[in-house]
Design a protein around this ligand. Structure first.
Ligand code: ATP
Ligand code: BTN
Length: 325
């Protein structure tokens, strides 16, 4: 109900009376008043003037369950629910604990145990970034899940390029980089039922507000603020990424491979055309990265000219000479 009240306040230029809201929403005026009070407690500046009603003075961005519900509604019927946490261990872990089969968007302001691939940590300090997970139920086989990481990576690239005009690239298989430094990472997990995906959990962490990174991240990571030096609207970015994701996802479900976007994926790759080092179970291999194929694999050539397919999984890719094109 609170998100509906916010919607009405936003759609009214001046004041809207409690009576009007109660009749439009089919609830009592007391209920409207209670929700307005709760919204004020959440930090919304709502002016009330006797004889006129309520007016929203909205200068700062709020991220909460209500805003996320408004956002998913604007995206059509892909998501049925949204959840927001000020602090959580990990949005991916939480998503896996949800047993219902509704497509759900989960966003947090901070994670105490943000995770990357292969059990690595993901720095997720309070307000530093976007930490979000999509819990969805595609009618796909487990082997097809790798493609969803590529789709999320491309959705993120498209959104960042459209909104901020920055030269971000995909570092196969799951990172988004700017001049070789990581701005975002994607962690796709799943639960399965006999040869079918049950839950697909796509988590993405995007560095937004950090002014500095410390320790090993000083040379590895970068934030949107460091690149653009602008105030970033997290909601605008979340919405654009999800918009692009849903569009790409709907097409993927028809084609069941990445052929329809493979040129774009290859053009935005930071590894294709480069000499790379692949690390697989502690062993290192030197290759030339040739292209990413329609099933999301990285095709490489070894020093004898033999082609090999690198599967998303245990393999880590390192550049020999920096990732920027
Ligand atoms: P690869 O994906 O090729 O295996 P990677 O080093 O990018 O290698 P990931 O598992 O993708 O590894 O990402 C986790 C790593 O990312 C962590 O080990 C850490 O070095 C780095 N990292 C952690 N938090 C952040 C962050 N907020 N921004 C950028 N990088 C981070
Ligand atoms: C990586 O680069 O290895 C992937 C990083 C993924 C981080 C995101 S933040 C939201 C979601 N919750 C997690 O614990 N991890 C992902």
């Amino acid at each position: 109900m609170k998100e509906k009240i916010l919607g009405l306040l936003r759609n009214t230029e001046n004041y809207i009376s409690g009576e009007k809201m109660s009749s439009v929403l089919g609830v009592s005026r007391t209920a409207v008043w209670k929700h307005i009070k709760a919204l004020k407690q959440q930090g919304y500046q709502i002016e009330s003037k006797s004889g006129y009603g309520y007016h929203l003075i909205d200068e700062k961005e709020h991220i909460n369950k209500e805003e996320l519900k408004i956002l998913i509604h604007q995206l059509g019927d892909f998501f049925t629910d949204a959840e927001y946490f000020d602090k959580i261990d990990s949005t991916n872990v939480y998503a896996k604990s949800l047993k219902h089969r509704m497509n759900t968007l989960i966003v947090a302001n901070e994670q105490s145990m943000g995770r990357g691939r292969l059990g690595r940590d993901w720095e997720s300090g309070s307000g530093h970034g976007i930490y979000m997970t999509l819990k969805i139920h595609p009618d796909l086989m487990p082997s097809e899940a790798v493609n969803m990481t590529q789709i999320m990576a491309l959705a993120t690239i498209r959104a960042l390029r459209k909104l901020y005009d920055i030269e971000v690239l995909i570092k196969w298989p799951n990172d988004i980089v700017f001049k070789g430094k990581k701005i975002a990472g994607i962690l796709t997990e799943m639960t399965t039922e006999i040869n079918q995906i049950d839950q697909l959990i796509i988590g993405i962490g995007i560095n937004i507000n950090q002014d500095v990174f410390i320790g090993e991240l000083e040379y590895k990571a970068i934030s949107l603020k460091q690149i653009t030096d602008k105030e970033i609207s997290k909601l605008t970015l979340i919405k654009q990424i999800l918009f692009e994701f849903i569009e790409l996802y709907n097409e993927f479900i028809i084609h069941r491979n990445l052929e329809y976007v493979i040129d774009e994926i290859n053009n935005y790759s930071s590894v294709v055309g480069k000499e790379i080092i692949a690390i697989d179970k502690g062993k290192t291999y030197n290759y030339k990265a040739e292209y990413i194929d329609k099933d999301g694999r990285l095709i490489v050539r070894d020093d004898k000219g033999q082609y090999k397919e690198l599967l998303f999984g245990e393999i880590s890719v390192r550049s020999k000479d920096g990732y920027s094109k």
